[in-house]
Design a protein around this ligand. Structure first.
Ligand code: DGL
Length: 214
Protein backbone atom coordinates (compact mmCIF):
# COMPACT_ATOMS: atom_id res chain seq x y z
CA UNK A 1 0.00 0.00 0.00
CA UNK A 2 1.44 3.41 -0.93
CA UNK A 3 1.15 6.47 1.29
CA UNK A 4 -1.54 7.78 -1.04
CA UNK A 5 -3.67 4.65 -0.74
CA UNK A 6 -3.37 5.09 2.98
CA UNK A 7 -4.59 8.70 2.80
CA UNK A 8 -7.72 7.48 1.05
CA UNK A 9 -8.30 4.37 3.15
CA UNK A 10 -8.04 6.40 6.36
CA UNK A 11 -11.07 8.47 5.37
CA UNK A 12 -14.11 7.54 7.42
CA UNK A 13 -17.60 7.22 6.03
CA UNK A 14 -18.40 10.81 6.97
CA UNK A 15 -16.56 11.85 3.79
CA UNK A 16 -19.13 11.72 1.02
CA UNK A 17 -17.83 11.72 -2.51
CA UNK A 18 -21.33 11.93 -3.94
CA UNK A 19 -23.81 13.08 -1.37
CA UNK A 20 -26.41 15.80 -1.71
CA UNK A 21 -26.50 16.57 2.01
CA UNK A 22 -26.96 20.28 2.62
CA UNK A 23 -24.78 20.30 5.66
CA UNK A 24 -21.46 19.24 4.07
CA UNK A 25 -18.37 21.41 3.98
CA UNK A 26 -16.85 21.35 0.49
CA UNK A 27 -13.08 20.93 0.16
CA UNK A 28 -11.13 21.09 -3.10
CA UNK A 29 -7.59 20.70 -4.37
CA UNK A 30 -5.87 20.00 -7.67
CA UNK A 31 -5.35 16.40 -6.49
CA UNK A 32 -4.76 14.43 -3.33
CA UNK A 33 -2.85 17.21 -1.54
CA UNK A 34 -5.99 18.61 0.02
CA UNK A 35 -6.51 15.32 1.85
CA UNK A 36 -3.85 16.52 4.30
CA UNK A 37 -6.13 19.48 5.02
CA UNK A 38 -9.19 17.25 5.15
CA UNK A 39 -7.54 15.07 7.78
CA UNK A 40 -6.98 18.11 10.00
CA UNK A 41 -10.52 19.36 9.39
CA UNK A 42 -11.91 15.99 10.47
CA UNK A 43 -9.79 16.12 13.62
CA UNK A 44 -10.94 19.63 14.56
CA UNK A 45 -14.56 19.22 13.43
CA UNK A 46 -15.44 15.54 13.93
CA UNK A 47 -19.17 16.28 13.87
CA UNK A 48 -19.08 17.75 10.33
CA UNK A 49 -19.61 16.04 6.99
CA UNK A 50 -17.20 16.79 4.15
CA UNK A 51 -17.37 16.60 0.38
CA UNK A 52 -13.93 16.41 -1.27
CA UNK A 53 -13.05 17.12 -4.90
CA UNK A 54 -9.54 16.50 -6.23
CA UNK A 55 -9.02 17.69 -9.81
CA UNK A 56 -6.53 14.94 -10.71
CA UNK A 57 -7.52 15.17 -14.39
CA UNK A 58 -6.03 18.68 -14.65
CA UNK A 59 -3.23 18.50 -12.06
CA UNK A 60 -0.79 20.17 -11.58
CA UNK A 61 -2.08 23.67 -10.93
CA UNK A 62 1.36 24.97 -9.89
CA UNK A 63 2.63 25.17 -13.47
CA UNK A 64 -0.52 26.82 -14.88
CA UNK A 65 -1.22 30.53 -15.44
CA UNK A 66 -3.18 32.57 -12.93
CA UNK A 67 -6.10 32.78 -15.41
CA UNK A 68 -6.21 29.00 -15.82
CA UNK A 69 -6.06 28.36 -12.06
CA UNK A 70 -8.94 30.82 -11.59
CA UNK A 71 -10.98 29.08 -14.31
CA UNK A 72 -10.35 25.61 -12.81
CA UNK A 73 -11.06 26.81 -9.27
CA UNK A 74 -14.34 28.35 -10.37
CA UNK A 75 -15.37 25.11 -12.04
CA UNK A 76 -14.65 23.12 -8.85
CA UNK A 77 -16.55 25.71 -6.83
CA UNK A 78 -19.56 25.23 -9.12
CA UNK A 79 -19.38 21.46 -8.55
CA UNK A 80 -19.46 21.99 -4.79
CA UNK A 81 -22.22 24.62 -4.95
CA UNK A 82 -24.36 22.19 -6.96
CA UNK A 83 -23.96 19.80 -4.02
CA UNK A 84 -25.30 22.48 -1.68
CA UNK A 85 -22.26 22.75 0.55
CA UNK A 86 -22.50 25.20 3.45
CA UNK A 87 -18.84 26.35 3.31
CA UNK A 88 -15.86 25.87 1.03
CA UNK A 89 -12.24 25.23 1.99
CA UNK A 90 -9.79 25.92 -0.84
CA UNK A 91 -7.37 23.18 0.24
CA UNK A 92 -4.87 24.12 -2.46
CA UNK A 93 -2.33 26.84 -1.84
CA UNK A 94 -1.93 27.56 -5.55
CA UNK A 95 -5.69 28.06 -5.95
CA UNK A 96 -5.70 30.10 -2.73
CA UNK A 97 -2.91 32.29 -4.15
CA UNK A 98 -4.60 33.03 -7.46
CA UNK A 99 -8.30 32.39 -7.09
CA UNK A 100 -9.48 33.02 -3.53
CA UNK A 101 -11.19 36.28 -4.50
CA UNK A 102 -12.90 34.71 -7.52
CA UNK A 103 -14.07 31.69 -5.52
CA UNK A 104 -15.31 33.92 -2.67
CA UNK A 105 -17.28 36.07 -5.11
CA UNK A 106 -18.77 33.04 -6.86
CA UNK A 107 -19.74 31.27 -3.63
CA UNK A 108 -21.15 34.35 -1.88
CA UNK A 109 -22.80 34.26 0.69
CA UNK A 110 -21.27 30.85 1.47
CA UNK A 111 -18.04 31.34 3.45
CA UNK A 112 -14.76 30.44 1.77
CA UNK A 113 -11.47 29.74 3.58
CA UNK A 114 -8.08 29.60 1.87
CA UNK A 115 -4.65 28.35 2.90
CA UNK A 116 -2.39 31.40 2.85
CA UNK A 117 -3.34 33.65 5.75
CA UNK A 118 -3.81 30.84 8.32
CA UNK A 119 -0.40 29.34 7.51
CA UNK A 120 1.24 32.78 7.51
CA UNK A 121 -0.20 33.48 10.97
CA UNK A 122 0.94 30.07 12.28
CA UNK A 123 4.47 30.65 10.96
CA UNK A 124 4.65 34.12 12.52
CA UNK A 125 3.54 32.65 15.86
CA UNK A 126 6.29 29.99 15.61
CA UNK A 127 9.30 31.97 14.39
CA UNK A 128 11.81 33.39 16.86
CA UNK A 129 14.36 34.89 14.46
CA UNK A 130 11.66 36.41 12.20
CA UNK A 131 13.05 34.63 9.16
CA UNK A 132 10.52 32.32 7.51
CA UNK A 133 11.14 29.92 4.64
CA UNK A 134 8.42 29.03 2.16
CA UNK A 135 8.48 25.94 -0.04
CA UNK A 136 5.58 25.93 -2.51
CA UNK A 137 4.58 25.35 -6.11
CA UNK A 138 6.08 27.43 -8.90
CA UNK A 139 2.78 29.33 -9.26
CA UNK A 140 2.44 30.14 -5.57
CA UNK A 141 6.04 31.38 -5.38
CA UNK A 142 5.60 33.41 -8.58
CA UNK A 143 2.52 35.11 -7.11
CA UNK A 144 4.61 36.39 -4.13
CA UNK A 145 1.50 35.86 -2.00
CA UNK A 146 3.46 34.65 1.04
CA UNK A 147 5.83 37.64 1.02
CA UNK A 148 2.87 40.00 0.68
CA UNK A 149 0.78 38.31 3.38
CA UNK A 150 3.61 37.79 5.89
CA UNK A 151 4.91 41.33 5.49
CA UNK A 152 1.40 42.76 5.84
CA UNK A 153 1.07 40.91 9.16
CA UNK A 154 4.58 41.72 10.46
CA UNK A 155 6.75 44.31 8.79
CA UNK A 156 10.00 43.06 10.36
CA UNK A 157 9.75 39.52 8.93
CA UNK A 158 12.19 38.19 6.31
CA UNK A 159 10.99 35.60 3.81
CA UNK A 160 13.06 33.12 1.76
CA UNK A 161 11.34 31.07 -0.90
CA UNK A 162 11.92 27.82 -2.78
CA UNK A 163 9.71 26.76 -5.69
CA UNK A 164 9.49 22.96 -5.45
CA UNK A 165 7.09 21.83 -8.15
CA UNK A 166 8.51 18.31 -8.58
CA UNK A 167 7.39 17.42 -5.06
CA UNK A 168 3.76 17.58 -6.22
CA UNK A 169 4.34 14.72 -8.66
CA UNK A 170 6.28 12.74 -6.03
CA UNK A 171 3.43 13.15 -3.52
CA UNK A 172 0.83 12.09 -6.10
CA UNK A 173 3.00 9.07 -6.90
CA UNK A 174 3.40 8.19 -3.21
CA UNK A 175 7.20 8.62 -3.38
CA UNK A 176 7.39 10.47 -0.10
CA UNK A 177 10.20 8.87 1.87
CA UNK A 178 12.74 7.26 -0.50
CA UNK A 179 15.96 8.46 -2.12
CA UNK A 180 14.19 10.50 -4.79
CA UNK A 181 12.22 12.46 -2.19
CA UNK A 182 15.30 12.98 -0.02
CA UNK A 183 17.47 14.19 -2.92
CA UNK A 184 14.73 16.49 -4.21
CA UNK A 185 14.18 18.03 -0.77
CA UNK A 186 17.93 18.53 -0.38
CA UNK A 187 18.13 20.19 -3.78
CA UNK A 188 15.30 22.59 -2.96
CA UNK A 189 16.15 23.37 0.65
CA UNK A 190 19.93 23.18 1.13
CA UNK A 191 20.62 26.70 -0.15
CA UNK A 192 17.89 28.14 2.07
CA UNK A 193 19.14 26.40 5.21
CA UNK A 194 22.89 26.93 4.92
CA UNK A 195 24.53 29.54 7.11
CA UNK A 196 23.79 30.97 10.55
CA UNK A 197 21.14 33.33 9.20
CA UNK A 198 18.80 30.58 7.99
CA UNK A 199 15.03 30.60 8.59
CA UNK A 200 13.95 28.92 11.82
CA UNK A 201 10.49 28.15 10.44
CA UNK A 202 9.43 26.59 7.16
CA UNK A 203 5.98 26.92 5.61
CA UNK A 204 5.01 23.83 3.63
CA UNK A 205 3.16 26.13 1.27
CA UNK A 206 1.52 23.47 -0.84
CA UNK A 207 -1.04 21.06 0.56
CA UNK A 208 0.79 18.16 -1.08
CA UNK A 209 3.89 18.84 1.03
CA UNK A 210 2.96 17.82 4.62
CA UNK A 211 3.61 14.20 3.56
CA UNK A 212 7.32 15.21 3.39
CA UNK A 213 7.35 16.76 6.86
CA UNK A 214 9.27 13.88 8.48
N1 DGL B 1 -1.82 21.06 -3.71
C1 DGL B 1 -1.67 22.25 -4.44
C2 DGL B 1 -1.16 23.40 -3.62
O1 DGL B 1 -1.43 23.41 -2.45
C3 DGL B 1 -1.24 22.29 -5.86
C4 DGL B 1 -0.24 21.36 -6.42
C5 DGL B 1 -0.29 21.46 -7.93
O2 DGL B 1 -1.32 21.07 -8.46
O3 DGL B 1 0.69 21.93 -8.53
O4 DGL B 1 -0.53 24.30 -4.09
Amino acid sequence: MTRNDKLFSDLPESVHFKDKKRSSIGVFDSGIGGLTVLQSLMTYFPEEDFLYVGDTARLPYGTKSRETVIKYSESLTRVLLRENVKAIVVACSTASSHALEAVTALAHPIPVVGMIEPTARAALAATRNKHIGVMATAGTIRSKIYETTLQALADDVRVSVAPAQILVALAEEGWVDGDVARLSLGQYLSAMFCGPDAPDTLILGCTHFPVFAP
